[in-house]
Design a protein around this ligand. Structure first.
Ligand code: MG
Length: 448
C-alpha cells in the first residue's frame, strides 16, 4: 500500500499507482466488516476513475455481506446526509476532494453521517491490512440498489432551513456565475440556484470529471470565473471543489474574496440570527474570532480536519463551525462541510444586506492570510517542526495541531498535511507584507 495516503481524511492515492481497484476493494471489505454489514451508502464525485472504483467498492462491500444504496455522482455532503436520513450503517464517498485529476480516494462515513475519526479509521486500516474480514456465502452476498433522490432531498433540506426566506432571495433575482470545475457539484448546485430564483451562468458545469484547471477553489485557480463574472455583469461568482464541500466566492467586480471569507460570512450571518458558540480549526482566519467577539460568542479551535471540528461542534452544541478553506458546517442540517448550504446562507445574507457582495465583504475585519507549503522530499516533518519550536521558543506557542506561533494581531501555523506529502505554512496578519514575511521567515527555519 505504498504511495497511498491513509489518514484521518480517508484514503487517497494516484490512480494506477498507490490507488488500484485491489486496494479500494480491500478497504471496502474492511469497511463492510467494520460497520458489521447492513446498508452502506455509496456516492462518488465525477472523476473519470470513479466508475471503476465504484465497482471495486461495490464488489468489496457485497462480498462481505453489505447491501448498497448507490446514490450516484453527488457532493460529499449529500452522501453524508443520505447516510443519516436513510439510516444506513455507514457510507463511502469515492473522491479525492480538491486533489488533481490523477488522484482518487475514499472518505469513510459512520452511521451518524460524520467521517470516521482517527481511532475508528485506524480500526478499518487494521482490518484492511490484516485482511481480517470474512466473505459471505453465495446466498448471503449483499444486494446493490440505486437510490436517486439523495440530491433532491439535500436541496429540500436546505430550502427548509429556518434561515432561508425563499421569497426574499428570489426577489433579488441574483445573477450568478457558477464554476463547478466539472465536478460533482454540477449535479446539484445549478438546481439549487434555480430553486433560489437565480439567473445562472454555467461555467465548467458538465460533470465529466475532466477538470479544466487545478480544482482547488483558491484565488489563483479562479481567473476564468473572475473574468466571466465581469463579462456577464453578475452579482456574484461561486466556485466549489470537485466534491462540493468547499465553497469560494468572487465579487461582482470579478475579485476573489478568498476562501477564508466564505466561513467568516456564514458565521456572521448565523450569529446575527442565533447566539451560541463557534468551532473552527487551528488554521482558520481570525476574522471569524473577531466576528464572534462582536456577537459575544465564544470560539473553540480544533486540529485541522473536518472530523475534529464536527465532533467538537457536537460536543459543545455549536451553532455553526467549519474550516477556513471554504468549508461551512451548519448543524441544523448535518455535521459536515457543505458548499450548497454555504451558498444558500450567503445568498440569504446578501438579500437581507441589500448591497453588493463587495460591500458585504467590506463589513468584515481586515486581515490577510498567506498559505504556503514546503515540499517534504527528504525532509522529516517532525524534525522540521521541532526546529521551528526551538527557534520561536520565547513566543506564545499553540500545539493544537503542529506548531502555531500566536502574536497579538498575527499568527503563523505550521503542520504536516493530512493528504499530501507537504508541510503547510499558513500566516495571518493585518497586512499582506507582514503575513508573507511571516510565512517566508518560518519556511526558512523549517528547511534550515
Ligand atoms: Mg472537497
Amino acid at each position: 500500500m505504498s504511495e497511498l495516503m491513509v489518514s484521518v481524511s480517508g484514503v487517497r492515492g494516484i490512480v494506477g499507482e498507490g490507488l488500484t481497484p485491489e486496494v479500494v476493494t480491500r478497504f471496502a471489505q474492511a469497511f463492510g466488516a467494520y460497520v458489521k454489514k447492513g446498508k452502506v451508502v455509496i456516492g462518488r464525485d465525477s472523476r473519470v476513475s470513479g466508475e471503476m472504483f465504484k465497482n471495486a467498492v461495490c464488489s468489496g462491500l457485497m462480498a462481505v455481506g453489505c447491501d448498497i444504496l448507490d446514490i450516484g455522482v453527488c457532493p460529499t455532503p449529500t452522501t453524508q446526509l443520505a447516510v443519516e436520513t436513510l439510516e444506513a450503517n455507514g457510507g463511502l464517498m469515492i473522491t479525492a476532494s480538491h486533489n488533481p485529476i490523477m488522484w482518487n480516494g475514499l472518505k469513510l462515513i459512520g452511521p451518524d453521517g460524520l467521517f470516521l475519526d482517527a481511532e475508528q479509521g485506524q480500526e478499518v486500516i487494521k482490518i484492511a491490512e490484516s485482511k481480517s474480514f470474512s466473505f459471505a456465502a453465495w446466498d448471503k452476498i449483499g444486494v446493490a440498489l440505486k437510490y436517486s433522490k439523495a440530491i433532491e432531498e439535500h436541496i429540500q433540506a436546505i430550502l427548509n432551513l429556518e434561515y432561508i426566506d425563499l421569497a426574499k432571495i428570489k426577489d433579488r433575482g441574483f445573477k450568478v456565475v457558477l464554476d463547478c470545475v466539472c465536478g460533482a457539484g454540477a449535479n446539484m448546485v445549478p438546481q439549487l440556484l434555480d430553486e433560489l430564483g437565480c439567473e445562472v451562468v454555467l461555467l465548467n458545469c458538465e460533470p465529466s470529471g475532466l477538470f479544466p484547471r487545478n480544482p482547488e477553489p483558491v484565488p489563483e485557480n479562479l481567473t476564468e470565473l473572475c473574468e466571466a463574472v465581469k463579462k456577464e455583469a453578475a452579482d456574484i461568482g461561486i466556485a466549489v471543489d470537485p466534491d462540493s464541500d468547499r465553497l469560494a466566492l468572487v465579487s461582482e467586480k470579478g475579485e476573489p474574496l478568498g476562501e477564508e471569507k466564505t466561513l467568516a460570512l456564514a458565521v456572521k450571518f448565523i450569529l446575527s440570527k442565533k447566539s451560541g458558540s463557534v468551532v473552527i480549526n487551528a488554521s482558520t482566519s481570525r476574522v471569524t474570532e473577531d466576528i464572534a467577539e462582536q456577537y459575544g460568542s465564544s470560539v473553540v479551535r480544533t486540529k485541522v480536519g473536518e472530523i475534529h471540528v464536527a465532533k467538537k461542534m457536537r460536543e459543545i452544541g455549536a451553532v455553526i463551525g467549519g474550516e477556513g478553506n471554504g468549508g461551512v458546517i451548519l448543524p441544523d442540517i448535518h455535521l459536515g462541510r457543505d458548499a450548497p448550504v454555504g451558498i444558500a446562507l450567503i445568498l440569504q445574507q446578501l438579500a437581507e444586506f441589500g448591497g453588493t457582495i463587495s460591500e458585504l465583504n467590506d463589513t468584515l475585519p481586515k486581515y490577510v492570510i498567506t498559505k504556503d507549503k514546503v515540499e517534504l522530499q527528504d525532509l522529516d516533518p517532525k524534525a522540521a517542526l521541532e526546529k521551528i519550536q526551538q527557534a520561536y521558543a520565547n513566543e506564545k506557542l499553540d500545539f493544537t495541531d503542529g506548531v502555531k506561533i500566536v502574536r497579538d494581531k498575527s499568527w503563523v501555523h505550521i503542520r504536516p498535511s493530512n493528504t499530501e506529502p507537504i508541510i503547510r505554512v499558513i500566516a495571518e496578519a493585518p497586512t499582506k507584507e507582514e503575513s508573507e514575511q511571516l510565512c517566508a521567515e518560518v519556511k526558512k527555519q523549517a528547511v534550515n
